[in-house]
Design a binder for this molecule. Structure first.
Ligand code: GDP
Length: 312
């Protein structure tokens, strides 16, 4: 097993309206600017302007931010309890999580379901106390409330010893000092790079991936999205699709895409730890394993959590 240092897969957990879209938007815009000043002068400003014009109204399920030599994959989680195992599946792609909390409102009961699952998955979250610019912000109290919530949710000692940072997604800054009123988002990006472990992977064993999410396009049909568990996948390679009850079919992977900002780009190959979208397997379903013909063995299907309204 090796630990990849060029990737961070981080889930984002937030109550609706606590500022997730605005914060991710700031991270996305500014990561381009940092690269611009380091590498290419003004020309990247053009693409920033385009992004600004396009606007970000909905947070896509997967967004990738390039920061220095690291690609940060941001994985959205449902902001509520679900009954289809979606929370478990999305968390399985992540090695860390940002828990975003409004500096006035504090932690909300609806996110407890997702947080409990994150703790059970051994994820050590980073707490972001957001909207620190609010005149009624009460960051210290909110921090204490988050700690109490984590205790209630059976966080272990390491999870209770969480890193935290203050931020204003709207102001475009993050800081370790709650009285800060300006700056940039780099302290948050740095914290992600420092505290979220890179994926620990075996790149040399045969390719296997669990299909975590499905997308659909009129032109290419079903698109399987997931995190590569082992090995490498290459465009045009043969693959085995292992469905429930171990029924298998063989097909070909027509294209491999990785996430890039708000979109996706085609690549020749991708490897263990990468989050990819695979085109070509028309009958793929959520929970299926896609494997190389060398080792067509299913990965454990994610058990769907029992209905848990009582946990809310
Ligand atoms: P989401 O539902 O978590 O994605 O939240 P949004 O990013 O859509 O923001 C919800 C509301 O909070 C909007 O009205 C935003 O303008 C506002 N908002 C977002 N970030 C901040 C912030 O840093 N400070 C303040 N004061 N308001 C914010």
């Amino acid at each position: 097993m090796i630990r990849r240092d060029d990737i961070r897969n981080v889930a984002i957990i937030a109550h609706v309206d606590h500022g997730k879209t605005t914060l991710v938007d700031s991270m996305l815009r500014q990561s381009g600017q940092f690269r611009a000043s380091q590498l290419v002068g003004d020309c990247i400003l053009d693409s920033n302007d385009q992004e600004r014009e396009r606007g970000i109204t909905i947070l896509a399920k997967n967004i990738a931010i390039n920061y220095g030599d690291v690609k940060i994959n941001i994985i959205d989680t449902p902001g509520h309890a679900d009954f289809g195992g979606e929370v478990e599946r999305t968390l399985q792609m992540a090695d860390g999580a940002l828990v975003l909390v409004d500096a006035f409102e504090g932690p909300m009961p609806q996110t407890k379901f997702v947080l409990r699952k994150a703790f059970a998955n051994k994820i050590r979250p980073i707490v972001v106390i957001n909207k620190i610019d609010r005149p009624d912000a009460r960051p210290q109290e909110v921090l204490n409330e988050i700690f109490d919530t984590f205790v209630d949710l059976d966080a272990d000692e390491q999870q209770l010893d969480f890193s935290y940072i203050y931020a204003s997604g709207r102001g475009g800054f993050a800081s370790h000092d709650p009285t800060t009123t300006s700056g940039d988002i780099r302290p948050l990006l740095d914290l992600i790079v420092q505290k979220v472990p890179g994926p620990e992977v075996d790149p040399d064993s045969p390719f296997r991936m669990l299909c975590t999410t499905l997308d659909f396009s009129e032109y290419v049909g079903r698109i399987a999205i997931g995190r590569i568990a082992s090995g490498r996948v290459k465009r045009s390679q043969k693959a085995v699709l292992i469905k429930a009850e171990n029924a298998t079919t063989t097909g070909s992977i027509d294209s491999v895409l990785v996430f890039e900002k708000l979109g996706r780009v085609e690549v020749e190959t991708a490897e263990a730890g990468d989050i990819v979208a695979l085109v070509g397997l028309g009958s793929v379903d959520i929970g299926d394993t896609i494997a190389s013909t060398e080792r067509p063995e299913a990965l454990p299907r994610i058990e769907v959590g029992e209905p848990t309204l009582s946990m809310l």
